[in-house]
Write a protein that binds this ligand. Structure first.
Ligand code: NAD
Length: 280
């Protein structure tokens, strides 16, 4: 059945709404992307998170075009790659062409790439692209509080979201506090830890899952949702797409939330690239 999942939306600081749960396509092979995104849309996902760097915008666009869904019922995010930070308009126009869309719902700077030191002019350009309607909302990924302070100070425009690595063993207290103080939504990438550590076997996760008759993955996704994080777990498998959507009929208790909170390992919990190192 199409569109059966009842996915809540959150409001952004620009007044727009975003589905709190979506589908991410990092490391989805281009040859498989159209089928996988079609499966996701059929399963009920309405929010797709892609990026120029993922090399699959064209195939995401094919799935959207063949879905028959109304544009207004979809939320599509893509991202500006580092090597185009000096030419955001050209980059977004290319992305829109590949996606077959006249606007994206959210356009993000993918990394601050501080060694390039052009994220501030890139942000200024994104503000213009939003004013023109090519992107409905704009934000950033992997920005540290210092990067955010700089662009906010210089432009007075606060990103709608900061998309950062965040999962139970890496909870990013400082970035979350900064986001909360500035009305920036956190999008948690790698919400399941990218499968890089034994998250599902961890006692607090396994116990919460068992208590609610849910899978460990569902318990972790629920933990994110109850913290207010926007998430878009990635899977190639339809059964897991359905599983990852089926997280709105239970609630973790305060004690279960606290037990998963206690899994935080600070900086040692990071499994991806440090923002200062993402200068490709
Ligand atoms: P993720 O935490 O979503 O993990 C994906 C892996 O989890 C899959 O390969 C699969 O093996 C496993 N998985 C998914 N559902 C499962 C289930 N129900 N049960 C068991 N295992 C399951 O990691 P991700 O894909 O890296 O992150 C999600 C999305 O975040 C990406 O697809 C992408 O859109 C975005 N992202 C953004 C950045 C950035 O720099 N902005 C970086 C990485 C990812």
């Amino acid at each position: 059945m199409i569109g059966m999942a009842n996915i809540p939306t959150l409001s952004l600081n620009d007044g727009k709404e975003i589905p709190q749960l979506g589908f991410g396509v990092f490391l989805v092979e281009p040859e498989e992307t159209a089928r996988i995104v079609s499966d996701a849309l059929e399963t009920g996902y309405r929010h797709i998170d892609t990026a120029t760097a993922y090399g699959n915008e064209k195939q995401v666009g094919e799935a959207i075009a063949s879905s028959g869904l109304a544009r207004d019922d979809l939320f599509v995010t893509t991202k500006l790659w580092n090597d185009m930070q000096e030419r955001p308009r050209e980059a977004l126009e290319k992305s829109l062409d590949l996606l077959g869309l006249d606007h994206v719902d959210l356009y993000l700077i993918h990394w601050p790439a501080p060694e390039r030191d052009v994220y501030l002019p890139a942000w200024e350009a994104l503000i213009g692209l939003r004013e023109e309607g090519l992107a409905t909302s704009i934000g950033v990924c992997n920005f540290l509080p210092g990067h955010l302070e700089r662009i906010i100070e210089e432009t007075k425009v606060v990103p709608a979201v900061n998309q950062i690595e965040l999962h139970p063993q890496f909870q990013q207290a400082e970035s979350v506090a900064f986001a909360n103080a500035h009305d920036i939504r956190i999008e948690a990438w790698g919400p399941l830890g990218q499968g890089k550590y034994p998250l599902f076997e961890a006692e607090p996760v396994a116990a919460a899952a068992a208590a609610h008759g849910k899978s460990p993955a569902q318990a972790v996704l629920r933990w994110h949702l109850q913290h207010g994080n926007i998430i878009f777990p990635k899977t190639n498998h339809r059964q897991r797409m359905e599983e990852n959507l089926d997280v709105f009929d239970f609630e973790l208790t305060d004690a279960e939330m606290a037990a998963i909170d206690a899994m935080d390992r600070g900086e040692d919990g990071r499994v991806g690239t440090h923002p200062l190192d993402g200068n490709w």
